[in-house]
Structure formats: C-alpha cells, structure tokens
Design a protein around this ligand. Structure first.
Ligand code: UT7
Length: 329
C-alpha cells in the first residue's frame, strides 16, 4: 500500500482593500519611498482598517474561497489550524472563532505561534494529522493583522508590515504528492531581537506598559537580518541536499516575504533564477504568517501537478525552516 501523504488540494486568500503606500508613510514618519524600496523592496501594504474587524475576519473569507472552489460544506472540515501572532484574543483560540463564523461545527482546531515561520510549523503539524490517517480534511491558515501591533510612529517597523490571510486545504494523497519533507528549527535565545515586550504572563498589561509602547512589535532589524539571511538560505540548501535535489529540480521557491534582499540571498544560495521565485512583497509587505499561503494563492494558476516547491521562512523566536512540497493538481 502506498504511503499516505498530505497534499495541498486548494488555496484561498484574503487581502484588505485599504492600501498604505510608501507615500503615506512619508507623511507619518521620517522616511522616504526611495529608502523603503531599496532597503526592503516594499512599495505598499494592505491594512484591515474597519473598526471591529479582527484577524478571523480575514481567515474566514480565505477558507470560504477554498470551500467554494472544492464544492465543500463547512461541515466537511475536520480541523482548522491558525498560524498567527495576532489572534483575535489571547484566548479562546482564533481557530475557535473562525469555526464558529464559518459554521464548521464538526471541526476542532488550535492556534500556532511561530511568528514568521508560523505557516511552515502549522503546515508540518497539519500534514502529520493527515499522514496519521486519522483526519481527511485539515485547513491550515496563516494570517496576521500586523497593523494591530505596529507603532505607526516607529520607522524601524511600521514600513515593513501589512495585514493579510491565506489558507490551504490538506487531504490524503496516495500518488506521492504533497508535503514530502520539512526541516524546522528554533532558537529561543534570539527572542530579544524580535518580540512584543508586554501583554503576556511575563509582563502583563499595565498603564505603564501601554505608555512605554510595549504592546507593539520591537525589532532590532540589523541583527534579525543577519540571522535571517543565513538561516533561511542554510535550511533551504539542507532540505535540497537531503532530498538529493538541486535548484534545477525546483519549479518554485516560495519564500517568506520579509525583505527582498533576504529573498534574493536565499534564491542565490539554492541556485534559483528570479523567474522561479514567488515575490509579492512590493504589494503586501510582510504579513508575517500570511506571506507564504498568500504567495501560493497568487501563483496557484501557474502551478502544475508534480512541481517541486520549496517553502522557506525565518522569523521571531528565532524560528525558521523549509518544506518540500510536490504540487498535487
Ligand atoms: O519577518 C520576520 C523577520 N524579520 C526580518 O527578516 C527583518 C530583517 N531586517 C530587515 O529587513 C532590515 O534590517 C530593515 C529593513 C528592518 C532595516 O534595514 P537595514 O538596512 O538593516 O537598516 P538599519 O536598521 O541598519 O538602518 C540603516 C540606517 C540607520 O541610519 P544611520 O544610523 O545609518 O544614520 C537607520 O536609522 O537607516 C535608518 N533607517 C531609516 N531611514 C529611513 C531605519 N529605518 C529607516 C526608515 N527610513 N524607515
């Protein structure tokens, strides 16, 4: 009997309509369109601006798109995993809110936090649920409303991040397609360079933490950049090597969209020309857990059955990793 693999069988996405351009940011902080474009590759990002709208309001339409494409009912979903650092609430899990809003009353689910590597960690765990033979339809979403934790007076961070959600459906496959291998890593000693200082049990919210702006993203960009370039490139190269593959065998690199210079360095290391690299950072910036599924969503029509994809990310924690996926449709 063939081994069961977890195949991605549909992709959905959602991006808020409101655009925050570099020109807008020039009016908010001491920066320039030229600096942002040359240092990051970002031209604009999307912001979920409507009051009362949360991360789940982006995830629900992304999953709804999958259900429409596949002709499925919300009741068909067994499990929903939401990778995010901007959950609707500290608890309950965003996955609970999503299943309620969708009417996915047969699904259980949970949130997974691994910052910018969240989608990779969630995809690997979601795939394991399918590979075990126990579940038939697992939805893995990667989504963040980064605008809810960004200080729009801090030019070090506000130029980078945006809001967006992507989701994939995982189903059993016996043709050898789907999630074939993954290498995931973490190093908690890197947490001081990219984190939110307060709001957790270490430093609960007080008037002082709010006044000190400790509920926003804090990043030491240069240090994170250095680790990201090495981490993402090394792990992608390691993944290819242990699967006896070279850049020639890979149809697409699907990199986390944090900085165009990090993406370029990874592509060069694994020997892939720019035409084989999914890049949409110029339009959406860094949507944290959302970047990789949003790339799959945008490129879905260009993907062919049997294509080898390398998904790679680096993020806060530090967390990083790469996944080899053989496209199933
Ligand atoms: O997604 C999760 C993982 N995160 C990442 O991978 C992000 C990694 N880091 C980066 O992408 C980059 O480090 C940044 C885009 C955040 C910053 O770019 P950089 O080239 O590392 O700039 P820097 O922080 O070294 O700053 C260089 C200069 C500084 O001025 P001085 O000290 O040389 O006079 C900054 O003050 O640029 C200045 N600067 C800015 N200037 C205009 C910093 N931010 C800005 C800005 N506009 N927005």
């Amino acid at each position: 009997m063939n081994k069961i693999t977890a195949a991605i069988t549909a992709v959905g996405g959602y991006l808020p309509e409101t655009k925050l351009t570099n020109a807008d940011l020039e009016k908010m902080v001491d920066t320039t369109d030229e600096w942002i474009k040359t240092r990051t590759g970002i031209h604009e990002r999307r912001i979920l601006k409507e009051p009362g709208k949360a991360n789940s309001d982006m995830i629900v339409p992304a999953i709804q798109e999958i259900l429409n494409k596949k002709g499925l009912s919300p009741l068909d979903i067994d499990c929903i995993i939401c990778a995010t650092v901007t959950p609707d609430y500290v608890f309950p899990a965003t996955a609970n809110v999503v299943s309620d809003k969708l009417g996915a009353t047969n699904a259980w689910g949970y949130d997974l936090g691994a910052a910018c590597s969240g989608f990779l960690f969630a995809l690997t765990t979601g795939a394991a649920l399918i590979e075990s033979g126990r579940y038939k339809k697992v939805v893995v979403a990667g989504a963040d409303k980064m605008s809810s934790i960004i200080d729009y007076t801090d030019r070090n961070t506000c130029i980078i991040f945006g809001d967006g959600a992507g989701a994939v459906l995982l189903e059993p496959n016996s043709e050898g397609n789907g999630v074939l291998d993954s290498i995931l890593k973490s190093d908690g000693s890197g947490r001081e360079f990219l984190h939110m200082k307060a709001g957790g049990s270490y430093s609960p919210a007080t008037i002082e933490t709010v006044m000190a702006k400790q509920h926003f993203v804090y990043q030491e960009g240069k240090t994170v950049f250095k680790f990201a370039v090495k981490g993402m490139a090394d792990v992608s190269a390691e993944l290819l090597e242990r699967n006896n593959l070279t850049g020639n065998d890979i149809a697409w690199l699907v990199p986390h969209q944090a900085n165009l210079r990090i993406i370029d360095a990874t592509a060069e290391r694994v020997g892939l020309p720019k035409e084989k690299v999914m890049i949409n950072i110029q339009r959406y910036g860094n949507t944290t857990s959302g970047t990789i599924p949003l790339c799959l969503w945008e490129w879905e029509k260009q993907l062919k059955k049997g294509d080898n994809l390398v998904l790679a990310a680096f993020g806060g924690g530090f967390t990083w990793g790469a996944i080899l996926v053989k496209w199933a449709y």
